[in-house]
Every structure is written in structure tokens, then in C-alpha cells.
Ligand binder design. Structure first.
Ligand code: NDP
Ligand code: MG
Length: 381
């Protein structure tokens, strides 16, 4: 029987690659719903090709615009549209691949209905990890990681009893500024920042990769996905992006997951889990051609955002929500050319410094903290 799937963020980098995975495994999947933001041209092509029963876009105006061409479907819109698509009980699984905290409510709605989640949208776990994971446990829902590092760890853990894991080792390429000086990073343009050496991704995550905030968000994501203490999560820079992450076990054995850098692999792993199929041809990894694999410590002076994320994670409560919200606002300001790349750190630092933390926050606390932090950050821009 085909797995029924809805994709939130189908016009984005992850969304489009997920549809390529579906194209390759046509007898395995059926598309039930698709949700996009504002790229109507791409979305129209997708709707015609996959004929999903449910579609949604970012705003009411965009929905009206789309309706002119897609006459035979009701067009949903906004956060309610995302939630509507996510909670449809026809879904066996949803892929959450929108950017930012927009992903939170649809994920919670799907979990509530017992629908498994393939999760690319890490901001959801950073801001509200406790709430999402507790609800998933209560509803017996699988949260399957799409982020390549977490997919790697998930695969490494599959070989042994979870409780025997001692340390998670998260790798990162180091981004475009790994070999640049702090002075050069301070002058970085948007164009230079978006030129990631190994991965082609959406703009927000590409900026996060350049500041290493992405690794910080991934540390927090790993803490919630795998329930492991921050002191047992290590980040290591690995410029070749071949080892996607590793797990050290109690007996000293270290298991790593490797592959050529392609998001098709972790996307497919999450969507087909627990089965494995021949998928998109990503090329063969030939060790002798790769030659050498290098590893180094992250430079926290040049990339202080990583430390901020660790600190926010360790302090817990609503601090990670503040980290996420202020970072999102600062990244979009950088992309609009309003601040320097290095000011992202200052804005997030100030937002965390002024915050009165709420320990064990409920959903309302998270939403309120997110809103207040965005206003605070916007006033600094
Ligand atoms: P993109 O910016 O490429 O895509 C984002 C998608 O979300 C687009 O389809 C966009 O629509 C849609 N979208 C944005 N805002 C809204 C909204 N308010 N309502 C509905 N849809 C919306 O991002 P990526 O694909 O790169 O990343 C998506 C998520 O996956 C992020 O959380 C990122 O951190 C994570 N991730 C990405 C990786 C990658 O390789 N790209 C790797 C690991 C994690 P539109 O374009 O039509 O406006
Ligand atoms: Mg990643």
C-alpha cells in the first residue's frame, strides 16, 4: 500500500528534493497535501503534477491569486492552512519543511492526530522541544529526523540499545568563512554568506551555517530528539561533509554514518522508514577519491553563536525560544541588508541577556516569549 504524505514547504529546498524522492519511488508514495509560501509559479507546477487533494499558501491574497489558475480546488492559506493539511488523518506521515517557527502548530496538530512526522524544521524543536517530544511520546508518534546530522545519529543508534550511547558527535562543514579572519567575516556580504561550500539550501539555514548558529540549533535539536545531556553532545568541524555525524558508545566503539553530501538520502530515509529502497542516484562514495577526511575544533572566537546556543540550551526553559526568535529576526535583517553578519550574534546575545526565563514553559509561554523577543530584536535592527 502507498504511504500517504503531505509536504509543508513543498516549494523550498527540502520540499523540492522530497518531491524528487517521491518521483523516484512513485509506487511507494501518494501525495495528499502540499503547502507553499509565496512561490506560486513553482507551486502551480507541483499542483498540476501531483494533484494533491489539499493545498495551502502563505496568505489570503496569494490564495485568491492561485485560485485564478487552480479552479477545481479549495485553496487554504496561512497558519490555519498548514494546520489543516497537517492534521488530515489520511496522512500516514507529514514532512515539515517550512522555515522558522511557522512549523510548530502544524507539527503539534499532526502529532495530536497520531500522524508521524519527518522533521526538517529544526526551529520547532529548538523553540518548543519539550512540548513536541512529550506530546509525540504520549501519542506514540515517530519524529523522524531529516536534518542530515540527526538522520546520521538516528541511523548510528539503530545498531544498539539507545541507553548505551555515551556521546553524540555532530559534524559541520564550517561554512564559507571557516578559513576567513574575523575582520573578513565582519565585512561579509549577503552573496558571500549564501555561497555555502558543500550544501545548497534555503537562505535562512545558509546564513545560520555561516555563523555556526546552525550547529547550535542542531545541538538543541539533538538534545530533544535523542534525550541526551548537553555535556555529551560535541560539535566537530569536518570540511568534506562525508561523515554526517557519529555516536560513541559506552564500550568506546564509535559508529559514524557516511555518504556523499546529498539531502536526498536523509529525506528518503525519514520518508521510507523503517524500510530502505534504492532511491535517487546520488553517486557512489569512493573512499580513494575522497582521499582524506579532516576534523578540527570549531573556532568559538570567530563563531560565538555556537556557544550562545549551548548556553541557551543548558539554561533551558524559554531561553532556546529566545535564541531562535532573535536569530530568525536578525538573519532576515541581514538578508535585507540592514545589519552586518556579526551583528546577528549581538542581537541574539542582547535578547538572551534581557530575558526573564520561564522554566518548564507551556505552549502559551513559548508563543508569548517568541512574540516579545521578535519585537525586542526588531527594535535593535
Ligand atoms: P527554503 O527557504 O528553501 O524553503 C522553505 C519552504 O517553506 C518554502 O516552500 C516556502 O515557500 C515555505 N514557507 C515559508 N514560510 C511559509 C509560511 N509562512 N507558510 C507556508 N509555507 C512557508 O528552506 P529549506 O528547505 O532550506 O529549509 C526548510 C527547513 O528545513 C528549515 O527549518 C531548515 O532549517 C531545515 N533544514 C534544511 C536543510 C537544507 O538542506 N535545505 C537541511 C536541514 C534542515 P515559498 O518558497 O513558496 O515562499
Ligand atoms: Mg544539518
Amino acid at each position: 500500500m502507498k504511504k500517504k504524505i503531505s509536504i509543508l514547504g513543498s516549494t523550498g529546498s527540502i520540499g523540492k528534493q522530497a518531491l524528487e524522492v517521491v518521483d523516484c519511488l512513485q509506487d511507494k508514495f501518494e501525495i495528499v497535501g502540499l503547502a507553499a509560501g509565496s512561490n506560486l509559479e513553482e507551486f502551480k507546477k507541483q499542483i498540476r503534477k501531483y494533484n494533491p487533494e489539499f493545498v495551502s499558501v502563505k496568505t489570503q491574497e496569494l490564495a485568491q491569486e492561485l485560485k485564478k489558475d487552480i479552479k477545481n480546488k479549495e485553496i487554504l492559506w496561512g497558519n490555519d492552512g498548514l494546520v489543516e493539511i497537517a492534521k488530515n488523518t489520511q496522512n500516514d506521515i507529514i514532512l515539515s519543511a517550512v522555515t522558522g517557527l511557522n512549523g510548530l502548530f502544524p507539527v503539534l496538530a499532526a502529532v495530536d492526530k497520531g500522524i508521524d512526522i519527518a522533521l526538517a524544521n529544526k526551529e520547532t524543536l529548538v523553540a518548543a522541544g519539550n512540548i513536541v517530544m512529550n506530546k509525540a511520546k504520549e501519542k506514540n508518534v515517530k519524529i523522524l529526523p531529516v536534518d542530515s546530522e540527526h538522520s546520521a545519529i538516528f541511523q548510528c543508534l539503530a545498531s544498539r540499545d539507545f541507553s548505551n550511547a555515551k556521546k553524540l558527535i555532530i559534524t559541520g562543514s564550517g561554512g564559507p568563512f571557516r578559513n576567513k579572519s574575523l575582520e573578513e567575516i565582519q565585512k561579509a556580504t549577503v552573496e558571500e554568506t549564501l555561497a555555502h561550500p558543500n550544501w545548497s539550501m534555503g537562505d535562512k539555514i545558509t546564513v545560520d551555517s555561516a555563523t555556526l548558529m546552525n550547529k547550535g540549533l542542531e545541538v538543541i535539536e539533538a538534545r530533544w530528539l535523542f534525550g541526551i545531556d548537553y555535556k555529551n553532545i560535541e560539535v566537530v568541524i569536518h570540511p568534506q561533509s562525508i561523515v554526517h555525524s557519529a555516536v560513541e558508545f559506552l564500550d568506546g566503539s564509535v559508529i559514524a554514518q557516511m555518504g556523499l553530501p546529498s539531502m536526498h538520502i536523509p529525506i528518503q530515509y525519514a520518508l521510507t522508514y523503517p524500510e530502505t529502497f534504492e532511491g535517487i542516484k546520488t553517486g557512489t562514495m569512493i573512499f580513494a577519491q575522497i582521499g582524506k577526511l579532516e576534523f578540527e575544533k570549531p573556532d568559538l572566537e570567530k563563531f560565538p553563536c555556537l556557544n550562545l546556543a549551548y548556553e541557551a540550551g543548558i539554561k533551558g526553559g524559554t531561553y532556546p525560544t529566545v535564541l531562535n526568535a532573535s536569530n530568525e529576526e536578525a538573519v532576515y535583517a541581514f538578508l535585507r541588508g540592514e545589519i552586518k553578519l556579526t551583528e546577528i550574534y549581538s542581537i541574539v546575545y542582547k535578547a538572551l541577556e534581557q530575558h526573564n526565563c520561564i522554566q518548564n514553559p507551556g505552549l502559551e509561554d513559548i508563543i508569548e516569549t517568541d512574540k516579545k523577543t521578535r519585537i525586542f530584536a526588531q527594535n535593535l535592527i
